[in-house]
Design a binder for this molecule. Structure first.
Ligand SMILES: Nc1ncnc2c1ncn2[C@@H]1O[C@H](COP(=O)(O)OS(=O)(=O)O)[C@@H](OP(=O)(O)O)[C@H]1O
Ligand SMILES: Nc1ncnc2c1ncn2[C@@H]1O[C@H](COP(=O)(O)OP(=O)(O)O)[C@@H](O)[C@H]1O
Length: 648
């Protein structure tokens, strides 16, 4: 069942999804009485529908049970009854006058860890169930570790079946002490303990002192019932309290009477809040604007909207924004990058995670190709021990990996924001979801792959080779036919004549070798640009002026190229060859525009694929510049002078 389904179901039972809603994950083994506990919660809080109760009571009478077997209310899946285990994630929702609840009844068995990761990943509270006769088991630790790993802020530890240990306070205290021993490794906000009997209802909804037959059973416990706790727990929604994050789900382009399309952007706020007038930044482009309008579902205009709300946002400037991009407050942006360190749980039962494999990565509304560059360790969720020798992750196993993505992600650490800090990996061939991941941070600093400084530092090399402004990459971007290659050639000639070692990296040429495996999809172009930028940065660091001539159509791709240079501490000069498409089509030396117009070439930049003109290039070559040689001459003159103007 998806979140949307839950939302629909809530509406069916008159629950407003956005009201004070507490998401609960129940984890515990089949025998701990989990299903009975949920049945008791639903039954005692009067959330059971009459028809369901009648059939359950009839079944219990038929079996001669002393108490109605409330587990039957929640073991809805036939196979649960047959196997006596919870196989999938069953969602139950109920409300009391004080709060609304969704319970994700997640599996207890280790072979269904992936279901727990799925069902519990948005929970506010995890109910950890312990059979008073058995005490803390390995699965108790596993459920608690997983709840902590999933960032669930609150744990309610229910010591169940107290009636079977004569409500012995010493048993309860011993179990609590055992739990506290390993709880130090948990990163949860609050842990509460409640002694209960789900079968008899003691302390679930009704205080044990108010239950006939148990009234004086636990005089030593004066704490709240489980329901009291669930109704009053203050959930630290890190997302709601965090920074504004708005992954764009889709772009709305209503035609106005003036024929202009004033776009607005729809999605669900993944963090923080946004108000009309807020200054925002469009990521990863980096362009800024301001929020002009916010509409709630149904078209109601609102001044402010918060995490979890589905809204449509309009901004002041006409910026080309597409699905998968993100709006954030300009002064509180998410991290951006292509190297991630993440904890993943492997879901596939017919394959294993191995380093070097490519996967489609889906994070918020963004999809990008990715590769697992290393499996850093496998985690034992029963003990939290790590195995750094592990080379694979099999079904339900959890480990720490380093990933590289083709397009930059805008993310937060999972512990900061479970929406922007989470992703799934999808098999590119089958389309199956093979893993769920939680971002821990930027990869290069945590993946164990460290940069080995050479014998000569970059600065020393500059001194040795002389760095009179030439040690930089000159990155020429522009439409096909704009003149990039011609200018690059002239630049190389002029720099070499002036005694500077220079080398052209031309997109066309590199596609015959280094990038021969790449096409012209956005992901492939991003990879093309990433690889070329990494090579250019190394060349420049070695003292060669790298002159790159690639269309590099998107701001985010050019940002990726700049980041590769920033990381090495070498100069990156973005030169926008601003030749209008009309002129490029007139030139059309390879006849590609004509073919693109005729539909013989797909995804052709400027015709059937976007080109985002640089907003703030370091140098802007206008059409008036004249020949390629003149352009090259002016670029060099500008780079070797103190003149900081950008237009040439
Ligand atoms: N679909 C499509 N779109 C754009 N260009 C195409 C395409 N198919 C082939 N070509 C030829 O490939 C050259 C662009 O390669 P680049 O590596 O510079 O492009 S990119 O930076 O990866 O977008 C470009 O060469 P230049 O004209 O020198 O720019 C094109 O002639
Ligand atoms: N400044 C210019 N004025 C007129 N034509 C030019 C100029 N620069 C390049 N050209 C011509 O335009 C065509 C495309 O140039 P090229 O450098 O290959 O562009 P790109 O590398 O951007 O595709 C070539 O035929 C080239 O001779």
């Amino acid at each position: 069942m998806t979140t949307t389904d839950i939302g629909t179901s809530l509406a069916q039972v008159g629950l407003d999804e956005q009201a004070d809603l507490l998401r609960i994950a129940t984890a515990g083994s089949v025998d701990d009485g989990k299903s009975t506990l949920i049945g008791r919660l639903l039954f005692d809080s009067k959330a059971i529908f009459e028809d369901q109760l009648a059939s359950v009571e009839a079944t219990s009478e038929k079996r001669g049970d002393e108490y109605t077997d409330l587990a039957l209310l929640t073991d809805g899946l036939r196979s649960e009854r047959e196997q006596g285990i919870t196989i999938d994630v069953a969602y139950r929702y109920f409300s009391t006058p004080r709060r609304k609840f969704i319970i994700a009844d997640t599996p207890g068995h280790v072979q269904y860890t992936r279901n727990m990761v799925t069902g519990a990943s948005t929970a506010d509270v995890a109910i950890i169930l312990i059979d008073a006769r058995k005490g803390v088991l390995e699965q108790t630790r596993r459920h608690s570790y997983l709840s902590s790993l999933l960032g669930i802020p609150n744990l309610v530890v229910c010591v169940n079946k107290m009636d079977l240990v004569d409500y012995d306070e010493a048993v309860f205290n011993s179990i609590r002490a055992d739990f506290d021993k390993f709880a130090d490794n948990l990163s949860v906000g609050q842990i509460d303990f409640v002694p209960i009997s789900a079968l008899k209802g003691d302390n679930v909804v009704t205080k044990v002192s108010d239950i006939p037959g148990s009234a004086d059973a636990m005089p030593w416990y004066e704490g709240p019932t489980m329901l009291d706790l669930l109704e009053t727990i203050r959930v630290a929604h890190s997302e709601a309290d965090g920074e504004f994050r708005f992954p764009v789900q889709y772009v709305i382009r209503p035609q106005r009477s003036d024929g202009l399309d004033h776009r607005s952007f729809a999605g669900t706020i993944a963090g923080g809040a946004v108000s009309e007038g807020d200054e925002i930044v469009v990521l990863p482009k980096g362009q800024r604007s301001a929020v002009t309008k916010i509409w709630a579902p149904g078209g109601r205009e609102v001044a402010t909207a918060r995490a979890g709300e589905a809204v449509t946002i309009a901004i002041a400037d006409e910026i080309d924004i597409v699905r998968g991009e993100m709006l954030a407050h300009a002064d509180a942006q998410p991290k951006r990058g292509t190297e991630l360190s993440a904890t993943v749980c492997w879901f596939a039962d017919d394959s294993e995670l191995t380093a070097g494999r490519n996967y489609l990565l889906k994070q918020t509304t963004r999809d990008t190709r990715s590769v697992v560059t290393s499996l850093d360790y496998r985690l034992d969720v029963n003990t939290l021990a790590t195995d750094s020798a592990a080379e694979t992750l099999a079904l339900n196993e959890i480990g720490r990996v380093t990933l590289r993505t083709q397009s930059p992600l805008m993310y937060d650490k999972y512990g900061t924001n479970r929406a922007t800090g989470a992703f799934i990996l999808v098999d590119e061939v089958t389309g199956d979801t093979v893993a769920a991941g939680m971002i821990e941070g930027a990869g290069e600093t945590e993946s164990g792959v460290v940069w080995h400084a050479g014998a000569v530092s970059s600065g020393d090399r500059a001194a040795l080779l002389g760095s009179d402004g030439a040690r930089r990459t000159i990155w020429l971007t522009g439409l096909s036919g704009s003149g990039k290659s011609s200018i690059a050639t002239e630049l190389e000639k002029a720099l070499l004549s002036a005694g500077h070692n220079a080398y052209v990296l031309d997109g066309d040429n590199l596609r015959h070798g280094l990038n021969s495996d790449l096409g012209f999809s956005e992901a492939d172009r991003t990879e093309n640009i990433r690889r070329t930028a990494e090579v250019a940065a190394l060349l420049t660091d070695a003292g060669v002026v790298a002159i790159c001539a690639l269309i590099s159509p998107l701001e985010s791709q050019r940002e990726l190229a700049r980041q590769a240079h920033d990381r090495l501490g070498v100069e990156f000069t973005e030169v926008f060859v601003d030749t209008p498409i009309s002129e490029c089509e007139k030139r059309d030396p390879k006849g590609m525009y004509a073919k693109a117009r005729a539909g013989e070439i797909q995804n052709f930049t400027g015709v059937s694929a976007p080109y985002e003109a640089p907003q703030n290039p370091d140098l802007h070559i206008t059409p008036e510049v004249g020949t390629a040689a003149e352009a090259a001459e002016r670029i060099i003159a500008r780079l070797f002078s103190d003149d900081t103007s950008t237009v040439i």
